[in-house]
Design a protein around this ligand. Structure first.
Ligand SMILES: [Zn+2]
Length: 353
């Protein structure tokens, strides 16, 4: 159980993505009904639009988006390194330019990333890290680890000056090191020394194979404190999540259920006699074979979509570009992921995992 200012979270859990303050196409009430415990928003996107001042005036992000459960925000590090143009890493922060505001210059520092998350009023804040691309030269990964540690120290100094925020917010550090064992170990050792509230493994699911990612989990997870939450960022497919839970990971986020839903790719459970865990397939609702299939997406699923609509209807909506299908498919895919997490928690409780 992870205690936050907006409620307790049963681990392991999955955080649906509400990057810009909304889970695409769904209301907070619908999120609650699908079993979501916590949502993930993004510092980078919210600092650009609408800007932290607007959200502060609204009374914080929870009020602004109408969600009263816990919220985690990513620090923006990953987005600066993957989305922004002309970014330049400096010792004290990262300079970047964005197109959404006419090429304006921004300078994100570890202190500012926390200042913004304080303004948003989130429950779990991530400190700013340097995310090395994959693949990259070992020297670049090494530099990312070094700077991530320097920024963690700056973050800690900022936290000391903001005791109220520190008290009500869980602050997590992000481990870097790409797929290099010595660098991961160095990053973990340095960050764990700072005693943050939780630790994330960053810089994974950026193009490396599952085998390489699991290898990192093999040696990295045992080095993270057992009494603090361990978060694998940006992962993943159901099989990746199950494997990571077996390694000791507690927290997940991923765009897969929501993004795949909008492309008509629907996650369906198969009943598997041999295993208590989920065996699944992904169906394409646009496929002609669903045109006259009047069965639900998944007859065992209790989501609103499966209780009320047929595959034939969803197929029709998808073929005619009716926006309703985006909502119905997203609802179902999220229910699939959140049910998976519930089954994993049950499996852990009764010793089946
Ligand atoms: Zn369903």
């Amino acid at each position: 159980m992870l205690k936050t200012s907006h409620g307790d979270l049963e681990t392991p859990f999955f955080m649906p993505i509400a990057t810009k303050g909304a889970v695409k196409s769904l209301t907070p009430q619908e999120m609650k009904e699908t079993g979501a415990q916590v949502l993930l928003s993004n510092t980078y996107h919210l600092m650009l639009r609408p800007g932290v001042q607007v959200i502060k005036k609204a009374g914080g992000l929870h009020h602004f988006m109408g969600w009263n459960g816990p919220i985690l925000t990513d620090s923006g590090g990953f987005q600066v390194f993957s989305l922004a143009r002309q970014r330049k890493i400096k010792g004290n922060g990262v300079e970047f330019f964005t197109e959404t505001d006419g090429g304006k210059r921004h300078f994100l520092t570890p202190e500012l990333a926390l200042e913004i998350q304080k303004g948003l009023g989130v429950d779990i804040a991530m400190i700013l890290d340097v995310c090395a691309p994959y693949p990259c030269e070992k020297e670049e990964a090494k530099r990312a680890v070094e700077l991530t540690t320097i920024w963690a120290r700056k973050s800690l100094a900022w936290l000391k000056k903001n005791p109220v925020f520190r008290k009500k917010t869980l602050v997590f550090a992000i481990v870097q090191g790409s797929v290099h064992r010595d660098l991961r170990e160095k990053s973990i050792k340095e960050l764990v020394n700072f005693d943050f509230d939780g630790y994330a493994l960053g810089g994974l699911a950026v193009g490396e194979s599952n085998k390489k990612m699991y290898k990192v989990l093999d040696y990295a997870v045992p080095l993270l404190p057992e009494d603090k939450p361990r978060y694998l960022m940006g992962i993943g497919k159901p099989e990746n999540i199950i494997e990571a839970v077996k390694h000791g990971i507690d927290m997940f986020d991923c765009v897969i259920p929501t993004r795949e839903a909008r492309h008509g790719r629907i996650y369906i459970k198969n009943e598997n006699q041999k295993s208590q865990l989920m065996d699944y397939q992904v169906i394409r609702i646009a496929n002609q074979k669903h045109r006259e299939d009047f069965s639900p997406l998944d007859s065992n699923c209790q989501c609103y979509t499966c209780r009320n609509f047929s595959r034939a209807y969803l197929h029709h909506l998808f073929k005619t570009n009716e926006v309703l299908v985006l909502r119905l498919a997203t609802l179902h895919n999220l229910k699939f992921y959140l049910d998976l997490m519930r089954m994993i928690r049950e499996g852990l409780n009764n010793g089946k995992i």
